[in-house]
Ligand binder design. Sequence first.
Ligand code: FAD
Length: 296
Amino acid sequence: MTQPPREAVARPKVSFEFFPPKSEEMEERLWDSISRLEPMDPAFVSVTYGAGGSTRDRTHRTVRRIVKETGLKPAAHLTCVCATKDEINEVIRDYWDAGVRHIVALRGDPPEGIGETYQPYPGGYINAADLAGGIKTIGDFEISVGCYPEKHPESPTWDYDLDLLKQKIDNGATRAITQFFFDPEVFFRYRERAVKAGIDIPIVPGIMLQPNFKGLTRMASMCGASIPSWMDELYEGLDEDVKTREMVTANIAANLCTELARGGVDQFHFYTLNRAELALSTCRLLGVKPREMEPA
Ligand code: FAD
């Protein structure tokens, strides 16, 4: 039996998020993943900044090594938490000097934990929009920001939430990457609201590739992302079966991306958790192959 020909559609753009490794073993896994994902020709790869700025040095080291040792364009995440403007500005200048030209500007979560009231650090940037403005005064960085298809849990209304996204754009953001979600309709409704509010920068879906369903459920409840009940059923009884969970995760991600692509989405940001396999298989199912395998 032959496969039906794939519809001739433009290759979607992809990007990958990594976190800075804590140990030598994790470092090896990260670099193995980076080298396996590089041939997919991502638009950029981003490196997260630990809660409370805890990974400042590790994030910096990882981003610098990407600049030096790969042909990839790194984006460094940066938050406002627990640092003065002067301290953050120094980090931004260090990035500029290291050849980094893209920052994902974020407010961050309260150091006491998600759910506590966020208090801007004395003398610090108050939120992501404020930080984006500060970054632009230091260098002409490309700036991406976070956005929330199910509304940020601290935003009282949609108008308030989208107004904050508009402020980030006014201060220099040119791309918004979403919090993870699993229902394509959640994304489409959000995109419609954003367009109605006059938001015209690309809104790139953040696709979560977390096969640890218990961990994912915990994370989702903290950050206000919903998990559809059909996912509970899919993962039921798989706690001890890592391989099957991974295959289920790849399928969920591929189906979500396919639905999003049908709805006109042509850019995807993958939360890789530093593992190449799930991101690679999702890309394949989306029709994204290593560049050298594609017709010239
Ligand atoms: P903002 O958009 O600045 O604000 C979030 C909410 O806070 C607003 O919607 C509003 O309700 C409230 N708020 C903001 N400013 C004010 C104000 N002046 N007055 C009253 N209320 C206000 N976290 C990390 O620690 N490290 C990371 O690397 C990281 N990467 C992320 C990547 C993406 C793509 C996303 C979506 C999130 C990421 N986060 C990261 C999590 C992020 O820090 C949290 O979601 C945080 O709660 C909000 O950050 P923000 O940049 O969206 O904040």
